[in-house]
Design a protein. Sequence first.
Length: 180
Amino acid sequence: MIRSLKPNVTQDEALRTFRASGISSLLWRMRRGPLQKIAKAYVPFRLYRVRYSMNRERVQRIFAMDAVDGSLDLFEFRTVPEEGEFVTVQTRNCLPDALSQERAQQILRDKVLRIVFQQGFFKLRDASLEIEALPTEIYLPYWLGFYGGHNSLRCRVMDAVRRRIEGAKATAFFEQWLMA
């Protein structure tokens, strides 16, 4: 049993997206083959409160980072998700938590600094970040679409919370897990 953020995409919506007739979907199917199957997978994320100064203003943000290897995009929340935003799921399709807390904080620091610098490097008063690990681990749902034939299946990934198709980084992340 895991505690997952509620998905914003149903199985039917995911199926429609993976079968869509847009240029991106058509190119994917031309290169990889027809859609064979879809499945839901869950990734563990850890929550962090990050504080820093920008333009003489103290900023506080809540981020979630995957606890597998830290390679997926960060999630940002306005506040720590409340109990009503979760569902309890019984599944075998969840990735293991493998990232140490120390390594996770190093990766998070680099990712947050990149985000802050994109907002305006010269606005940053002090490059020091205060990172506080919150005592909550959550799972986030993803839809995986499997394309191709029996000898060469490839997966395409949809973030079931943000309702978007992910790129090559997420595809490689899930394919590596599936091959393990």
